[in-house]
Design a protein around this ligand. Structure first.
Ligand SMILES: O=C(O)CCC(=O)C(=O)O
Length: 316
């Protein structure tokens, strides 16, 4: 077993995030970076719709909502940094240095990334022997019954033009009723204040309900942000009963080293700043939701399952 210790579980419960140092061995970090660079250099820009990645602010209307984005749950797609283009639409840098993120089915279609989900040495996805805090073990310790990986992404946060990610809760984008999303976020390069590491509003998962959701627009086209009429907190003690206290909830900076894993509760407010430095900040993240009985994945969610369904980590 390589799940979480009681201290780690209690830190996560209290704060809504947890940093696990050196979860990935060095050779795995190299393999994942090498796969990232190979994907970046081999994608065909001549047939690409030049979709930028934007989180879309409050309304969700200017969120990337075209078919390229909406169909990316079942393939490997490439999204540009917003500042990658000149005012007349020309790329300012080579394509490899212009991509903000790659997603959303790396965990199934890319062998190096899929290997992180492997639970046994005979698995055809590959098995990373020395990995700490294996996702299936972590999910079990967090109480998941039938955890499903529903999306994965490499976020490059390119040098000089790396876009900011405004404060958000992942369950706004990956809603189940009741909420259940947890992010697994692996640094593949050191992330610091200068190149746009994560920050967390510690404890906000206990008082910040999921008030809005990103869903598909009319006729399944585009995306729109709507009010959440479902449950706003996970089931369990301590959710939604406390109000934000004055002075409580400082933003905590999460500087990490390559190989560290950060777990992020789906209700936790978190963000990252722009990267104006010369150093990139490549990370890999996937999100897990509860697929067990009693949790509903809404058919209006922007992200819909591929034909084979979301990827099971295990089922009880
Ligand atoms: O890596 C980042 O900068 C932001 C990632 C994030 O907010 C997320 O995965 O929910």
């Amino acid at each position: 077993m390589s799940g979480l210790t009681p201290d780690q579980l209690s830190f996560f419960d209290k704060n809504g995030y947890l940093i696990i140092p050196s979860a990935l061995p060095p050779q795995t970090i190299s393999a994942l970076l090498s796969e990232t660079h190979s994907l970046l250099s081999s994608f065909d820009i001549s047939t690409h719709p030049l979709t930028k990645f934007s989180t879309g602010g409050e309304t969700g209307k200017d969120h990337v909502g075209d078919d390229y984005f909406l169909s990316s749950s079942s393939n490997i797609s490439f999204f540009f940094e917003e500042d990658a283009f000149s005012s007349d639409g020309q790329l300012l840098k080579p394509k490899e240095k212009s991509i903000n993120k790659i997603g959303h089915y790396l965990h199934a279609l890319s062998k190096p990334f899929a290997s992180l989900l492997s639970t046994n040495p005979g698995d055809s996805r590959g098995f990373v022997e020395e990995m700490k805090a294996r996702p299936a073990d972590v999910a079990k310790d967090l109480g998941f019954k039938d955890p499903r990986v529903l999306q994965s992404m490499v976020i490059c946060k390119q040098p000089e033009i790396g876009g900011a990610v405004p404060p958000h809760q992942d369950s706004t984008f990956l809603y189940t009723d009741p909420p259940s999303a947890v992010g697994f976020w692996y640094a593949l390069e050191d992330a610091t204040v200068s190149n746009g590491c994560l920050s967390f509003l510690a404890g906000s998962h206990k008082w910040a309900g999921v008030e809005k959701r990103l869903v598909r627009g009319q006729g399944g086209k585009g995306t729109v942000m709507v009010g959440n009429e479902g449950r706003k907190f996970p089931e369990g003690d301590g959710y939604g009963v406390v109000k934000r206290q004055e002075g409580e909830g400082e933003w905590v900076v999460g500087e990490v080293k390559a190989g560290d894993l950060v777990l992020i509760h789906g209700n936790l407010l978190h963000k990252s700043e722009r990267n104006l430095s010369e150093k990139g900040r490549i990370i890999y993240t996937f999100h897990v939701i509860e697929g067990g009985e009693g949790w509903v994945y809404d058919e209006r969610n922007w992200l819909q399952p591929p034909e084979e369904g979301f990827t099971r980590l295990y089922s009880s």
